[in-house]
Design a protein around this ligand. Structure first.
Ligand SMILES: Nc1ncnc2c1ncn2[C@@H]1O[C@H](COP(=O)(O)OP(=O)(O)O)[C@@H](O)[C@H]1O
Ligand SMILES: [Mg+2]
Length: 234
């Protein structure tokens, strides 16, 4: 399964994409930083960006088999990431290269979450969206943010909204006005966001509460997997 996470204006795209990868049921999700504006997770966690998106994109261009694991970094909070360079020129070039490859070469082994960042009309990540099963659009639920989503060119057959923070309207009203279903309402959760940003140490149960727990309800729906019985959700 290949899922894109995007936003129209900055505001929680990377954090939500990382949480979704962290809580994917059955098997761990893989997060691919495909943000042409530059990756954040390498800098946040002090890990190198090589191997990462650029080495993966180059490997996919060769005719031989692709060893996906060779391009993955496990973050201290347990999330597996294909890290992109922080700089726009390097990240943008790597995203463009990856978008030129056959997604089945790098997205077939594991459930893969693509953080494509802000959806600029000229983004080299745009071709990647065509290969995805779902496009999750992270947005706040205020009128200005929703107008931006309404005006954006999104694949309406696959796009769904992820509302972050307290929305100003009911989800049904938002879905009817914007013309896209609301996939999930995500709470503002500084604690979990800091774990993902590497400024707070992850406790063992960090994925079971708050925003990651909410992301898991969506992951279960997308993966069509029932929650195991008797699981401690606290
Ligand atoms: N659900 C959330 N709860 C609390 N803080 C959040 C949440 N989502 C994002 N943040 C914080 O907001 C800032 C921007 O988030 P980020 O995920 O980098 O957004 P984007 O990728 O859209 O630029 C970061 O400091 C992050 O920790
Ligand atoms: Mg981001």
């Amino acid at each position: 399964m290949l899922i894109a996470v995007t936003s129209i204006k900055s505001g929680g795209c990377t954090t939500f994409a990382a949480a979704l990868a962290a809580v994917w049921p059955s098997e761990p999700g893989l997060l691919v930083e495909a943000d042409a504006a530059g990756g954040d997770l390498g800098g946040w966690h002090g890990v190198p960006d090589t191997p990462g998106l650029a080495t993966l994109a180059n490997a996919c261009r060769s005719s031989g088999p692709v060893d996906l694991a060779a391009h993955v970094t496990r973050l201290p909070c347990g999330i597996d990431v294909v890290v992109a360079a922080a700089g726009r020129p390097q990240a943008s070039a790597a995203v463009g290269l990856l978008a030129d490859t056959e997604p089945a070469r790098w997205a077939k082994e594991r459930p893969t979450i693509l953080d494509v960042g802000r959806l600029e009309p000229s983004s080299p990540a745009l071709p990647l969206l065509e290969a995805t099963d779902v496009v999750l659009v992270v947005t706040r639920g205020d009128v200005l943010s929703l107008k931006r989503v309404f005006d954006a060119e999104l694949p309406t057959d696959r796009a769904q909204l992820v509302l972050v923070g307290e929305p100003a309207y009911r989800p049904e009203e938002i879905a009817a006005t914007v013309g896209l279903p609301v996939a999930v309402q995500l709470q503002w959760d500084r604690h979990s966001a800091e774990v993902i940003a590497g400024t707070r140490r992850a406790r063992r149960a960090w994925k079971r509460v708050g925003m990651p727990a909410t992301a898991r309800t969506l992951a279960l729906t997308l993966a069509k997997t029932p929650e195991p019985q008797g699981r401690d959700r606290r």
